[in-house]
Design a protein around this ligand. Structure first.
Ligand code: FPP
Length: 252
C-alpha cells in the first residue's frame, strides 16, 4: 500500500482534466457515510470508520499532487461524544493508528499535520499522538492537513469571542477595532484561507456545525457516495465542478 503514496506530479493522468491554474487553495471534507458503508456490508460501524480512515491517505496524496495548500477533514465533532462509548473509543484509537501508520510518509512528503478543535478533551494517547505529529511537522511547507477533532463551529466561535472579550477587558483591544479579520484570527484556522470548497459525501445536505464562520463564501459540493467509497476521481470531479462555478463574493 505504501508505495502508491508517491507525490509525483507527473503521475496525474486521470480522465477528468483540471485547470491547474485554478486549483482550490483550501478543500474541506465532511467524511460522512462510514456507518452506512458498514451497514451495507453487514459490518460493525467501527469497520466503516476504519475504511474511512484508510481513504484519507489517497485524498492527501491527490490533493498534494494537485497543489492544494490546505485539506481540512472533519473526523470528530463536538457532538460526536453522544455516540456509544465503543464507537467514540474506536474513533479515538483510529486517530492514533492513522498517525502511527502514516506519519513517516506524510512527513517525508512535506505535509504539515495540524488539528483544529479542542484536543485537550481527547484521551491522553490520542492527544499525545496528535501533538507529537504537529510538533514534528511544524516546519513542513507542503500541504497542511487539518484534522478536525472535537471540533464544532459554534464552539470555535465561542472560544474566539471569549478571547476577544478578554483582550478588550485587559485594554489590549478596542471594541471599534473588532472586525472580520480579528474574528478570523481567533479561530482554529487563523492565518489560513477560508475553504474554497466544502465536500460532503453520503447524500446529506447540511453543514453539521462545520467551519461556520469560514464557509461564508465556500462553494458546496455534495454526492451520494459514502466516504469510504469516495475516490480520487470523485475529488477531481468536485474540483472540476468548482472550476465551472462563478464566484462573485457578493459582487456582480
Ligand atoms: C461520519 O460518518 C464520520 C465520522 C463521525 C468519523 C470520521 C472518521 C474517520 C473517517 C476516521 C478517523 C479519522 C482519522 C483522522 C484517523 P457516520 O458514522 O456518521 O456515517 P453514517 O451517517 O453513515 O452513520
Amino acid at each position: 500500500m505504501l508505495d502508491i503514496f508517491k507525490f509525483k506530479k507527473d503521475t496525474i493522468k486521470e480522465k477528468i482534466q483540471l485547470d491547474m491554474e485554478r486549483i482550490p487553495a483550501h478543500i474541506a471534507i465532511i467524511m460522512d457515510g462510514n456507518g452506512r458503508w458498514a451497514k451495507q456490508r453487514k459490518l460493525p460501524r467501527t469497520m466503516g470508520h476504519r475504511a474511512g480512515m484508510k481513504n484519507i491517505k489517497m485524498m492527501v496524496e491527490e490533493s498534494s499532487n494537485l497543489g492544494v495548500k490546505y485539506l481540512t477533514l472533519y473526523a470528530f465533532s463536538t457532538e460526536n461524544w453522544k455516540r456509544t462509548k465503543e464507537e467514540v473509543g474506536a474513533l479515538m484509537d483510529l486517530v492514533v493508528e492513522f498517525i502511527n501508520k502514516e506519519f513517516e510518509e506524510l512527513h517525508r512528503n512535506n505535509v504539515k499535520l495540524n488539528s483544529i478543535g479542542d484536543i485537550s478533551k481527547l484521551p491522553e494517547k490520542s492527544k499525545a499522538a496528535v501533538e507529537d505529529a504537529m510538533y514534528k511537522t511544524r516546519n513542513n511547507t507542503g500541504l497542511t492537513l487539518n484534522i478536525a477533532l472535537n471540533y464544532g463551529g459554534r464552539d470555535e466561535i465561542v472560544k474566539g469571542v471569549k478571547e476577544i472579550a478578554k483582550e478588550v477587558l485587559e485594554g489590549k483591544l478596542q471594541i471599534d477595532n473588532i472586525d472580520d479579520k480579528i474574528i478570523s484570527d481567533h479561530l482554529y484556522t487563523s492565518g489560513m484561507p477560508d475553504p474554497d470548497i466544502i465536500i460532503r459525501p453520503s447524500g446529506e445536505l447540511r453543514l453539521s456545525n462545520y467551519l461556520l464562520w469560514q464557509s461564508a463564501y465556500s462553494e458546496f459540493w455534495f454526492s451520494n457516495i459514502n466516504w469510504p467509497d469516495f475516490t480520487k476521481e470523485d475529488l477531481r470531479r468536485a474540483i472540476s465542478d468548482f472550476q465551472k462555478r462563478d464566484r462573485r463574493f457578493g459582487g456582480v
